[in-house]
Design a protein around this ligand. Structure first.
Ligand SMILES: NC(=O)c1ccc[n+]([C@@H]2O[C@H](COP(=O)([O-])OP(=O)(O)OC[C@H]3O[C@@H](n4cnc5c(N)ncnc54)[C@H](OP(=O)(O)O)[C@@H]3O)[C@@H](O)[C@H]2O)c1
Length: 402
């Protein structure tokens, strides 16, 4: 459990841009708060919203199916209360900030990275708590992504005579919660395919050896990425060949649920993933496969679930039902191609190491997609490229299917 007590402001969090989803653009007439080039609020407002995001990130990987949210209350230019949403079922960020501010909340401005809720869920509506506390102004980072409830919290606050400003650091707020937004809009977790390849496009040598393609800094970036995800998926071959741990390697950080998809369950008895003291593991397989090995796994504390059919799509349906927002695909090319073809991947993070390994049969990051002409290539959108250590990270989104 993270400390949710107030912290004096530091405002150095920085997150990169995230463009708006078309569904949201269509829904809102108040497009000023959603347009990436139309920044609202003052420099101080931006700093306070960045502080909200910094607070929100303290619960990274722990809030699903809820979003990451941070809140800061400012009175006479000073922070008088702060909070973040620690996990589903616990109070929202605004409630922690109001508790910390006490009487000082009256007449104050509250900054919150997501529109305050206006409905009775597991906790009472935050809009009512803000009205009751007598805040004078609410600065909202992003509106609720659910088209059915979006704007409701803001409308309730305005009806109570509270000034509401939207559109402050909206892109950064949306980027932090891109998995949550995807879950709400598409009823599936956001699928991120991450792989590491050499400059000549190989993810392993011809013998299947792949430790390590990238440098330590790139691998640390992957550990941080895992801490932000609800689950990480590999296939049986990757377990057999790499014996991965798939943890976030940081003492306090969240570890995702480690998921193995295997049709055969012809897997080694000795594997890091069967050590469930370190992190939980789930094996997805087909009905009736290798009952003896299923019993062995269960005795090790590994969860086994049979899916019909065992496909990436069904895996994502199952993980959605478990309340997940973000799923990281760290598999090899065979399963990656199936995941892309099945619509289980929306975002790609490709680490490229300036190394050449060669090998006609060395595996590549994505197997056969059935394409025969270059015009069929999937072109990533919103592409960002950066250098991590000496390696390159190319990040982008697959076109949304309608
Ligand atoms: N550099 C990197 O980023 C990276 C990352 C991961 C892996 N690798 C390398 O990739 C190679 C393995 O590649 P791979 O593609 O065979 O990886 P994989 O991640 O093991 O995926 C293939 C396996 O997934 C399982 N599977 C379950 N349902 C499936 C379905 N519907 N369709 C297809 N497969 C399904 C099967 O396991 P069963 O055979 O057990 O039934 C199949 O053998 C290794 O050399 C490894 O080192 C590299």
């Amino acid at each position: 459990m993270k400390d949710n007590s107030p912290i004096v402001a530091q405002t150095n969090a920085s997150l990169s841009n995230y463009s708006q989803d078309d569904a949201l653009k269509r829904k809102f007439k108040v497009a000023s708060d959603l347009h990436p080039n139309n920044m609202q609020g003052t420099e101080f407002d931006s700093q306070m919203m960045q502080r909200c995001l910094q607070l929100a990130r303290q619960a990274l990987g722990r809030t699903s199916p809820n979003p990451l949210v941070g809140a800061v209350i400012v009175k006479d230019g000073e922070i008088v209360g702060e909070g973040f949403h620690p996990r589903a079922g616990e109070p929202h960020a605004e409630v922690f900030a109001l508790r910390a501010a006490g009487e000082k909340a009256k007449g104050a401005t509250i900054y919150v990275s997501l529109e305050p809720c206006n409905h009775h869920g597991r906790t009472p509506p935050c809009s009512e708590a803000l009205v009751a506390a007598g805040v004078a102004k609410v600065v909202v980072g992003m509106v609720d992504p659910n088209p059915l409830v979006a704007g409701g919290g803001i409308a309730r606050l305005q009806a109570a005579g509270i000034e509401v400003i939207t559109g402050v650091e909206t892109d950064a707020c949306r980027k932090l919660n891109e998995g949550f937004i995807h879950r709400i809009l598409h009823h599936r977790p956001l699928g991120i395919l991450k792989y590491a390849m050499t400059l000549d496009g190989k993810i392993a040598t011809t013998s299947g050896h792949s430790a390590w393609v990238t440098n330590q800094e790139a691998r640390s970036t992957v550990h941080q990425l895992r801490a932000a995800c609800d689950a990480v998926i590999v296939g049986g071959n990757t377990v057999r060949l790499d014996n991965p741990r798939l943890t976030s390697r940081q003492p306090e950080a969240h570890n995702p649920l480690r998921v193995v998809m295997s049709r055969t369950l012809s897997l080694p008895k000795q594997a890091h993933l069967w050590d469930t003291q370190v992190a939980p593991t789930l094996v997805l397989t087909e009905p009736g496969t290798n009952p003896d090995f299923q019993a062995f796994l269960q005795q090790k504390g590994v969860e086994v679930v049979e899916l019909t059919p065992l496909t990436p799509e069904e895996a994502m349906v199952y993980l959605y039902d478990r309340g997940f927002c973000t799923v990281l695909w760290e598999c090899g090319g065979i399963l990656a191609a199936r995941a892309i073809a099945g619509g289980a991947v929306q975002k790609v993070m490709a680490f490229i190491a300036p190394k050449i390994i060669g090998g006609n049969n060395a595996p590549t990051p994505v197997g056969d997609l059935g394409f025969t002409t270059m015009t069929q290539a999937l072109s990533l959108e919103r592409v960002e490229v950066r250098v991590v250590g000496g390696d390159c990270l190319v990040e982008g989104y697959l076109p949304i299917r309608h």
